[in-house]
Design a protein around this ligand. Sequence first.
Ligand SMILES: Nc1ncnc2c1ncn2[C@@H]1O[C@H](COP(=O)(O)OP(=O)(O)O)[C@@H](O)[C@H]1O
Ligand SMILES: [Mg+2]
Length: 159
Amino acid sequence: MPGKVKRETGNALLEVKGLRVAVAGNEILKGVDLAIRAGEVHAIMGPNGSGKSTLAQVLAGHPAYTVVAGSATYDGKDLLALKPEERARAGVFLAFQYPVEIRGITNSYFLRSALNALRKERGEPELDPIDFLQVLEEKVKRGRYRARRHPAHDRRARA
Ligand SMILES: Nc1ncnc2c1ncn2[C@@H]1O[C@H](COP(=O)(O)OP(=O)(O)O)[C@@H](O)[C@H]1O
Ligand SMILES: [Mg+2]
């Protein structure tokens, strides 16, 4: 991934500068610059093997990836100096692309554990299963509403 995207970097929440990353002895990322401000949604596109997953993994702290040069800061902190679990508690983590099924662990239990880990970190009280169910139902309701309102859905509906 040699390309650089020039954009406004003022008040960046996540700032990656000149990041070079090797995996299994090969340098895959060759100087990535990226600045993301709070509330922004970014999509990184590129051919297979160009290093998109490598960038995501190294930011999350996967041990197979070696940072050769460059920096990544999150909320002013040196992201690369933090352990993966510290990055996750700060808000940098990978969602599952293909979640595995673990018998006995429901989605609700899993999501509540994740949320409570964040709440604990922020000094907020943890949610019990009943409180969490309300949060979950509210989010699901809002998600459904958004999905129906998305223009892509309208287009498909008309086609
Ligand atoms: N754990 C790994 N071990 C060895 N090679 C890897 C590993 N992860 C990625 N690579 C190599 O790094 C390159 C970039 O892969 P990847 O980041 O998965 O690209 P993308 O997500 O853009 O398709 C590929 O050549 C891939 O084979
Ligand atoms: Mg990938």
